[in-house]
Design a protein around this ligand. Structure first.
Ligand code: ADP
Ligand code: MG
Length: 623
């Protein structure tokens, strides 16, 4: 036995480069859009003033980026596909002074590991350029070539050698939407660069170099043109600039919201909350303002190296940034006198804005690092102090609210999916309990009380109606298409290229749900018919919001296309809170609700009604 054990061979191998690169690629290149981001950023880093993105088949067969930047030497052109090959840092200290978008030297190595890549590049001072073909991390061909100054990288057949990942990709429309998102983010942060995007030979964007405002309007639509408020605050510690939408442009879904830190798009629920809090009381609590904000600060106080795609970053001191963002937005909104709630008193002090105007001295900066600067922030005359009713430390309060707000949201979406699964609950009892449907009362134009056996139910009319519509639509979509009524006066939809991409994705399902929509030239559509119960004249608005909501369904929620549409439509068409209902409407709603398979919750998992038992009520009255 012992002798046999001696023959067990060693089992650790070093992975060959191409496999190691493929594994690394898993982190950096998750889908065509991730490659788009990396290639666009490389072109920006190369100092290009013109960047062209060409896509075929939603990036699955071709992603090409052509720039007029600095180009590469013959050796660099070969080197750039090696892992950890970068010209952007050379020692660890450099990590703290990053001014470029890339620095990890992983993107091209990853791309070359999972696609067929053709690179053509030439520096301005070189006679000839270099052409290289790489596949599966192996150089297949290299030769001199005549080429314009700059670089063209074409990556073909993404994941051709990793079928599992290729199969994992979504529909072309969905992948295209991610590509447009990435393109938008990069194009937004470099308005001085000309960008174009061509997909399947059709030019979707042609963005001339210009101002940030022009770029925002080019990308997000003309309707923002006269509705942007400029934000600009400069201090020694950080600068904030950009635009926020006037309150009336706030949308019902989290749509056009962009934060860039040192020109890098980031996702930050925390900073988002700082903006939201600045809008408090100016917009309804369930709507979202538009913003495009750039924060510039010393690279030494941010860590962008916490995530391979660099979308999450760490600030040395988040609270300071929060306070500045909040203050800057309030200031901007106040200056453009879109904040009727401000006192004149306070307004005068806003003009002084010591926290904003006074440069950070070295002393203050040190204090900031140790946290004591917050005391300064809480003094009167500080910009963010204008928030009425704030008691002690506004930052702490902001934090607390943020946490509630954020965690609540997070939890809800989890509950949501669970609720959907666990269907059989106690509602069947209620169904039998609700007795006298004649005795209905509407309270606050929002709730309906229904007597039950042991007390009463308080129905939320909007949640209840959403449930009813949801089940109706769901049933209709399973059995036969929803009946359509042809519009007498078909209305036209002019969409942004991004929305048109979404429309292409959902047009078939929409038809099933009773909306007949036909393409009508570039990015335009005509609504030929709607479900019979949609009020005429309302269809355009419904489709607009539908697109909005559809786009911003959290990608973590794994609903099918049709499920998302049904949910949006139900939300859309439901009776809203604050709507007075007639006796007959109430009765209809209540009986429809209790005819539902799952009357107790709205489609997104919130209660549709609450039950109050008489004995509980008595107990509350001390009886
Ligand atoms: P990183 O951007 O993190 O340095 P990449 O793998 O994206 O890593 O690129 C590797 C190197 O290739 C870059 O550091 C740069 O020197 C060079 N490079 C990549 N794309 C271009 C381009 N479009 N123009 C000029 N040089 C480029
Ligand atoms: Mg790069």
């Amino acid at each position: 036995m012992a002798a046999k054990a001696d023959f067990v061979p060693d089992k650790i191998n070093l992975l060959p480069d191409n496999i190691a690169n493929q594994i690394a690629a898993g982190e950096v290149i998750q889908r065509p859009a991730s490659a788009v981001k990396e290639l666009l950023e490389n072109a920006v880093d190369a100092g290009a003033t013109s960047i062209k993105l060409i896509i075929a088949d939603a990036g699955k067969s071709l992603i090409q980026v052509i720039d007029n930047g600095g180009g590469m030497s013959e050796t660099d052109a070969r080197m750039c596909f090696e892992r950890h090959a970068t010209s952007k840092i050379s020692q660890i200290e450099d990590l703290f002074h990053i001014k470029t978008m890339g620095f990890r030297g992983e993107a091209l190595a990853s791309i070359a590991a999972v696609a067929q890549v053709e690179l053509k590049t030439k520096r301005a001072n070189d006679e000839t350029g270099t052409y290289i073909e790489v596949e599966n991390s192996v150089v297949k061909k290299q030769e001199p070539v005549a080429a314009p100054n700059g670089t063209s990288i074409a990556m073909k057949n993404l994941f051709f050698n990793v079928p599992a990942r290729r199969n994992f990709l979504k529909s072309n429309a969905a992948e295209m939407r991610h590509i447009v998102d990435e393109f938008t983010r990069v194009a937004m942060s470099f308005p001085q660069i000309l960008f174009t995007l061509t997909a399947n030979n059709q030019q979707l964007f042609h963005l001339e170099a210009g101002s940030l405002k022009q770029r925002i309007v080019q990308l997000l639509g003309n309707n923002y043109n006269a509705k942007l408020v400029s934000v600009k605050e400069e201090t020694d510690y950080l600068n904030i600039y950009g635009f926020v939408g006037k309150p009336e442009t706030a949308k019902k879904t989290r749509g056009d919201q962009y934060f860039f830190v040192n020109n890098r798009f980031i996702k930050s629920p925390y900073l988002n909350h700082a903006v939201m809090s600045a809008y408090q009381e100016m917009i309804p609590s369930d709507s979202f303002p538009m913003y495009v904000l750039f924060i510039e600060l010393d690279p030494a106080v941010v860590d962008v190296n916490v995530h391979p795609t660099k979308q999450e970053i760490k600030f040395e001191d988040e609270k300071i940034i929060y306070a500045f963002v909040q203050a800057a937005i309030k200031h901007a909104l106040a200056q453009f006198s879109v904040t009727p709630t401000l006192d004149f008193d306070l307004d005068a002090s806003i003009q002084q804005l010591p926290s904003i105007q006074q440069p950070f001295t070295e002393e203050k900066r040190t204090a900031a690092a140790s946290g004591s600067i917050f005391k300064g922030f809480t003094q009167k005359n500080q910009a963010h102090f204008i928030e009425k009713g704030e008691r002690s430390d506004p930052i702490a309060i902001g934090l607390k609210h943020w946490r509630e707000f954020y965690q609540e949201g997070g939890q809800k979406s989890e509950e949501r999916s669970q609720n959907d699964e666990s269907s059989e609950s106690s509602f069947s009892d209620f169904r039998n309990q609700t007795s006298d449907v004649n005795e209905l009362t509407q309270l606050l134009n929002t709730y309906i009380t229904v007597p039950s056996k042991n007390g009463f139910l308080l129905i939320h009319q909007q949640a209840a109606h959403e449930r009813v519509l949801y089940e109706e639509l769901k049933k209709a979509s399973k059995e036969k298409p929803v009946a359509t009524q042809r519009s007498m006066f078909p209305s036209t939809l002019e969409l942004t290229p991004a929305d048109a991409a979404v429309m292409e994705e959902i047009i078939g399902d929409l038809q099933y749900l009773g909306y007949i929509i036909e393409p009508f030239g570039k990015n335009s559509y005509v609504i030929q018919g709607t479900p019979a119960d949609v009020e005429a004249g309302n269809e355009k608005h419904i489709i607009d919001i539908l697109l909005e909501q559809y786009k911003h369904f959290s990608p973590e929620v794994k609903f099918s296309k049709r499920e998302k549409l049904i949910r949006s439509l139900a939300r859309q068409q439901a009776i809203k809170t604050g709507t007075r209902l007639t006796e007959r409407e109430m009765r209809q709603l209540v009986s429809d609700l209790f005819a539902c398979e799952q009357p107790n919750v709205s489609p997104d998992g919130n209660p549709a009604y609450l039950e109050f038992k008489q004995e509980q009520l008595e107990r509350m009255f001390g009886k």
